[in-house]
Ligand binder design. Structure first.
Ligand code: FMN
Length: 329
């Protein structure tokens, strides 16, 4: 565990960044409950609005949490790719606000790492295979987030155990494991598998503070793992979506068209699609077709984020006791 996070978390959990899902209330609620809250910089349409969210979060987190507890640090997801037109302006805001944790995606650049290190911040980079892990290690990141099969959003296709084994051949630093984790027991299992932190997205989408609609949250609660469809069809890069939302958008989940090329604009300029004229017949990824991971299997209710973290802690403590009874120690 990086020193900047040691002793600052109630549970080793990052509430993962989610496009159109994580906003100020979820980030602040997660941090005040004692786990890292994060959001994607590109959830905002402009750098000015990004600056505004950072200020709101900082102001809220300057107050002590419940029971006088110091809130956990927060983080931002930053897309490092030449087609992200806001890269310089957003990085300037990250540095100006001294964002404690920066989660880079697509590219791991030494200049970004150096900029964040200049004020003592941390950079975690998300990867889906060992090749990208090696590149990120070379850029000097502080931790690698392994996005394994079954994750919400642009998931990888590799089983978490296999991914950990493979990445461990090129990286001996902090590991953060993501993909289909939903309970406190899963968090303990991630630690047992060698992770320092658990990365949970979908589970935090099913909270009252997330930005998604009630219908979306209800579909998460009502779906099982088999209702998650892994397809490149919706955003040209393979991602996991709720089957029910694909049907509601007028598409056949068992007969989806295969895109002929990858369009990274889905990641680096995500609002462009959202802003497409409403007369456009194509359903919009994320807005009309809803993303979620296989962790829906373990999600049975929508609760306030503070209650979710209480629940995760109770599950974690119980699982630890049961495990120790089995293996001794
Ligand atoms: C609706 C949704 C939107 C997401 N948007 C982003 C994003 O903008 N940037 C990002 O790095 N990851 C994004 N993710 C992936 C999450 O950060 C995380 O990797 C994933 O949710 C972990 O798997 P889990 O959902 O099974 O917990 C998204 C996931 C979901 C469910």
């Amino acid at each position: 565990m990086p020193q900047q996070l040691q002793g600052r978390l109630r549970l080793p959990i990052i509430s993962a960044p989610m496009f159109l899902g994580s906003g100020v209330d979820l980030v602040v609620g997660a941090c005040r409950a004692g786990v890292v809250g994060t959001f994607p910089a590109l959830n905002l349409r402009t750098t000015e609005d990004f600056d505004g969210w950072l200020t709101q979060i900082e102001t809220a987190l300057a107050q002590p949490g419940p029971d006088g507890r110091e809130p956990a640090p927060y983080g931002v997801n930053f897309i490092v790719h030449s087609s992200n037109k806001r890269i310089e302006a957003d990085l300037a805001q990250i540095v100006a606000h001294e964002v404690p944790l920066v989660i880079t995606s697509l590219g791991a650049a030494k200049e970004v790492v150096d900029a964040v290190h200049s004020y003592g911040g941390l950079v975690f980079h998300d990867v889906t295979n060992a090749r990208f892990a090696r590149k990120a290690a070379e850029a000097g990141v502080d931790g690698l987030i392994l996005v394994s099969a079954g994750a919400g959003g642009h998931a990888g296709g590799i089983n978490p155990f296999a991914l950990i084994s493979e990445v461990r051949t090129v990286w001996d630093g902090p590991l953060i494991l993501g993909g289909a984790l939903s309970t406190g027991r899963d968090v303990l299992a991630a630690q047992a598998a060698g992770a320092d932190l658990a990365y949970m997205g979908t589970r935090f989408l099913a909270t009252e503070e997330s930005l998604v609609s009630e219908g979306y949250r209800d579909m998460i609660v009502g779906s099982g793992a088999e209702q998650i469809v892994y397809t490149p069809s919706i955003s040209t890069i393979p991602a996991n979506f709720l089957r029910g939302s694909i049907v509601a958008a007028g598409l056949d989940p068992d007969n989806l068209p295969v895109p002929d090329k990858v369009d990274l604009g889905h990641v680096t300029n995500p609002h462009a699609e959202e802003e497409a004229p409403s007369s456009s017949p194509a359903p919009k990824a994320w807005k009309d077709v809803w993303s979620a991971g296989q962790s829906v299997a373990g999600i049975t209710s929508v609760v306030p984020v503070a209650q979710l973290v209480d629940q995760l802690e109770a599950e974690y403590t119980q699982a630890k006791g049961e495990l120790l009874a089995v293996i001794g120690g």
